[in-house]
Write a protein that binds this ligand. Sequence first.
Ligand SMILES: [Zn+2]
Length: 148
Amino acid sequence: MRFADATTPLWTCPHCGHRFVTSNSWHSCSKHKLEDHFKDKPARVRKLFDAWSDFVLQFGEVTVIPQKTRISFQVRVRFAGAVIRKNWVECAFWLKRQVKDERFHRVEKITARDYIYYFRLTDESQLDKTMKEYLREAYQVGCQVKRV
Ligand SMILES: [Zn+2]
């Protein structure tokens, strides 16, 4: 198998229209609405999600994909996400390196060079300059730009 890079055309699922780097990628085809994630949730949580969404979308063209349990953000690959909780938004993003920062309550090590960082967004002030640098990097991961 050849590894996909930023030049490989994306495959579009003929059923749901979602785009993927590798053809016939496993995914659930069902279409979900963004609104479904906010049923029975306080308006405040929607505001927090909108702040996160604007934050993730500030670097370029990003597709927002509402899934069953989470909302994903994709350029070529999905590089960030959100899970809507009762009183906060569980935010996640993918970096190609390890960072030590106590604001992340969970770090998932996928490979030696792939880490998913999780934090609970309860206030817009958490989306600060440092977070912006992380997200700028995560966006590059989403574009599949190789770091040298
Ligand atoms: Zn599909």
